[in-house]
Design a protein around this ligand. Structure first.
Ligand code: SF4
Ligand code: SF4
Ligand code: SF4
Length: 334
């Protein structure tokens, strides 16, 4: 970057709840630092830019894009590709962009099944003609092309090359500040972290968790609404399903500090291929299931049956990037 030149920044939201955009504003006065070093060329939630404004920009003329949300629609894929073409650096911002996130749980069903429920089967729906979203529409003799609703939800790096990942639902303020520091350093020196870097910890959440662990075995799985957990002891050892052992740290253990177990929004550590499978193995160990030869099949089933909604529990944020995603989809198609 030439000295004194401002960084050109684009922020975009795809399949998102808007929380990642709000989290960007949570950095409070540091937003002024960002304003001092960056010119924003696109930010649909806050400013009135048109997609055509982006199309007219020269390729590679925008420095950094913070892309939040998963890819659900053809429009999201189109914008991801357009922004990839216009931006030097693409950042997957938030768990939805990094792993598919909460919208990715819809991968248990395909487009037709989703449309049937949403537009035909719910008790509050009145749709006698069974109309579902179309991809083409004729209005006053003019044909309009509408966004395609894909059969599955994708993480951003399934459709474009991604340079950096900022996980979290939404990312913690401290990590967004790290990102502002990266942008500031880039503005000053032109230097960037190594490609593929994850702006979070390299260690598992358990390693930054302040709670005491005693490698205690548990007899039953409990849910947060059933009791008030001890605030000093490991939540997993109190019977709550806490995804800390397989989840990347960096959030400051914010759920644990609120006496709630980790739900895994930072996704897996680099050492873990499949987030849910790794958590399952940690839970099996604390339940003593590794010694399952001593348990009868009924006892084993009684324990595993206590886990309500296993898919939503173990793959809440990562189903689209899980090995299981294909299995779930294949099963739905068969
Ligand atoms: S990562 Fe979480 S906060 Fe961000 S868009 Fe997705 S659901 Fe919302
Ligand atoms: S399992 Fe959860 S509560 Fe226990 S140490 Fe790990 S992060 Fe903390
Ligand atoms: S404790 Fe777990 S679920 Fe909560 S913010 Fe941290 S990584 Fe996300």
């Amino acid at each position: 970057m030439a000295e004194g030149k401002k960084v050109k920044l684009a922020l975009y939201w795809a399949a998102t709840c808007g929380g990642c955009d709000v989290a960007t504003l949570d950095i409070e006065e540091r937003i002024l630092d960002l304003a001092a070093i960056a010119d924003i060329v696109l930010w649909p939630v806050a400013m009135d830019f048109k997609y055509e404004d982006v199309e007219t920009l020269e390729d590679g003329s925008v420095d950094i894009c913070l892309f939040n949300g998963a890819v659900r629609l053809g429009e999201h894929e189109e914008l991801a590709k357009l922004l990839r073409q216009k931006c030097k650096v693409m950042v997957a911002f938030g768990s939805c962009a990094c792993f598919g996130g909460i919208p990715g749980l819809a991968n248990v069903a395909n487009r037709e099944q989703i449309f049937n429920i949403a537009y035909k089967e719910t008790v509050s729906t009145e749709n006698p003609e069974g109309v579902t979203p179309q991809t083409e529409l004729e209005v006053d003799g003019k044909k309009l092309t509408l966004p395609v609703f894909f059969d599955e939800v994708f993480a951003l790096d399934r459709v474009v090359d991604v340079d950096y990942y900022v996980p979290g639902c939404p990312p913690a303020v401290e990590r967004i500040n790290d990102l502002v520091d990266i942008v500031a350093k880039y503005a000053e020196t032109g230097e960037l972290p190594p490609k593929g870097a994850v702006i979070a910890s390299e260690k598992a959440l358990c390693e930054e968790c302040p709670r005491k662990r005693e490698e205690k075995r548990i007899k039953e799985i409990r849910r947060p609404q059933d009791f008030l957990p001890d605030t000093e002891k490991c939540l997993l050892e109190q019977g709550l399903i806490c995804l800390g052992p397989a989840t990347r740290g960096g959030c400051g253990a914010r759920c644990i500090n609120a006496n709630m177990p980790c739900r895994g929004c930072y996704g897996p550590t680099a050492a873990v291929r499949d987030h849910g499978a790794s958590v399952l193995s940690a839970i099996a160990s604390v339940l003593g299931l590794e010694e399952e030869t001593e348990l009868t099949e009924e006892q084993l089933t009684a324990i595993t049956d206590q886990i309500k909604d296993p898919l939503g529990t173990f793959y809440r944020f990562t189903l689209p990037v899980a090995l299981l995603n294909k299995v779930v989809q294949k099963k739905e198609v068969e």
